[in-house]
Design a protein around this ligand. Sequence first.
Ligand code: GSH
Length: 228
Amino acid sequence: MTHKLELIYFKMRALAEAPRLLFHYTNIKYEDHMSWDYYDKEWSDVKPNIPFKQLPMLIIDKKHEICQSMAIMTFIENLAGINITEPILNAKANAIMQSAQELFMPLNPTVNFATGERFIKKKDDMTPFLLSRFEDLEKALKDNDKKFFIFDEPRACDFVTFHHLDLSKMLDLSIIKKFPRLEKFSEDIMSIKSVKSYLDKRPELIDVSVEPKLIIDGVPHPTGVKKT
Ligand SMILES: N[C@@H](CCC(=O)N[C@@H](CS)C(=O)NCC(=O)O)C(=O)O
């Protein structure tokens, strides 16, 4: 059965990124909407009526509103029929996914919004945590001896991890450079044809740490939750 899938988010490269990557990888058609275009209202007016008052949210068949990016990832995996059914492997994949997802804060807000001295302070403060978590992720990859975290083909946990690793390059490129196995993992994800074609055409995030903007249809827009 084909569902109508509408992903609602903001102008930022953050929690909608892994769902978008997984949609492209699994070749599942979906629509991508900015909150203000979808609802024709400011986010502050929309927020109180969203099930968990935050985005991204996936609307299925104009009826089911699914918040929480990890729930969206699990749904896409199930829909594509690539969910990991073996209980132990499934648990390991979930542990990877949650451990990568914990990188969200403060990495994603810092790269998307922080500027000047605040950017530098936040970067310096989070670097020990990033180094420690990257070390754990690198070890998990090495221990498993597969191309990706669970199999030789990527699953939801791989795309969540990829997103945060990829964003860390805009915080401080030298961090991932300390982890050659994670760099190889990133390159392997980026070289998947359907993923590469998405990465090549997604809005570019520019002027990080100065005045972050996304280039949407050739026009630079400041990151944020407001229509520009
Ligand atoms: N745990 C949630 C976090 C969602 C979240 O933090 N969303 C932020 C954007 S990345 C948001 O909606 N910010 C606007 C607001 O809170 O009003 C998830 O994984 O989806």
